[in-house]
Design a protein around this ligand. Structure first.
Ligand SMILES: [Zn+2]
Length: 145
């Protein structure tokens, strides 16, 4: 089981630049203004093109090492980057299914993304066990008030 936040923007003239700008802004709001974002081509069934988005590691600052003993950074696997979500431009074929409701694939475009909330919370708060979210231990939950 996991939880996912999905986003969908649909309008005229939505571009991949809108996708990148929106997600870059969201990652800076989530992880701090110093984080950088990077996109790698990928495949998802309903977006074309599709991409995986990475943020520079906000734990080690992108160096791949952390702490006074220069230990390897586990969250980014010493790469300096953390994969954070999948995204892409809505495939025009998707709009074909709703073109009779005013979504002309020739005029409408959009972007979509999905990211795992649990994973992001684990990274942001340095948690190493997903089960903590579901055990209902008030002592754990109270720290997020
Ligand atoms: Zn790191």
């Amino acid at each position: 089981m996991f939880h996912q936040v999905e986003g969908l923007a649909v309008d005229t003239n939505i571009t991949f630049g809108d996708l990148k700008g929106t997600l870059d802004h969201a990652m800076k709001a989530l992880f701090g203004s110093a984080v950088k974002t990077s996109f790698r081509p990928s495949f998802f069934p309903f977006t074309e093109p599709s991409a995986e988005m990475f943020v520079s590691c906000f734990i080690c600052g992108g160096s791949g090492r952390r702490g006074d003993d220069d230990a390897p950074c586990r969250p980014c696997k010493q790469t300096g980057w953390i994969e954070i979500l999948g995204c892409g431009m809505v495939d025009p074929n998707v709009f074909e299914f709703v073109k009779h409701n005013g979504y002309d694939p020739e005029k409408i475009s959009g972007f979509a993304f999905g990211m795992g909330v649990d994973r992001i919370a684990m990274l942001k708060y340095g948690l190493d066990d997903l089960q903590l979210f579901f055990q209902g231990d008030v002592r754990f939950l109270e720290q997020f008030l």
